[in-house]
Design a protein around this ligand. Structure first.
Ligand SMILES: [Zn+2]
Length: 119
């Protein structure tokens, strides 16, 4: 075995260790963000990128968002916000379920609607 090839093998092993460390670090960061994320207090409704309505997450309410010939029913209940009904073709907004943490969003692309939880 030449000196050159053994050096190359050492670098490869080091790369693998580094790679594993990065994965562990990434997983830790993900968990820290997930568990320390603050609960939000406000629900902001953006229509076409513009802030149109704000609600408190503490007050249970139902808001019907009307977009051209469509609508989304936004429900705030027990500190969570979700879309209970929508007539958009993909229903992604309904399937996104409940959110409550600062920075989380529900997006309805067909209706250009963004629901964001803020602190
Ligand atoms: Zn939708």
């Amino acid at each position: 075995m030449s000196e050159e090839s053994s050096k190359k093998r050492l670098i490869n092993k080091f790369d693998i260790i580094l790679f594993i460390l990065l994965i562990i670090l990434g997983a830790c960061a993900f968990l820290i963000i997930k568990f320390t994320r603050a609960e939000g207090k406000t629900v902001n409704i953006y229509s076409d990128g513009e802030l149109t309505e704000s609600f408190s997450l503490d007050d249970d309410t139902e808001y019907v968002y009307i977009w051209e010939d469509g609508n989304n029913v936004i429900v705030i209940e027990n500190g969570y916000v979700y879309v209970s009904h929508a007539d958009c073709p993909d229903k992604v907004c309904v399937n996104q379920g409940e959110i409550k943490n600062d920075g989380e969003t529900i997006v309805c692309i067909p209706h250009r609607l963004v629901i964001e939880v803020d602190e």
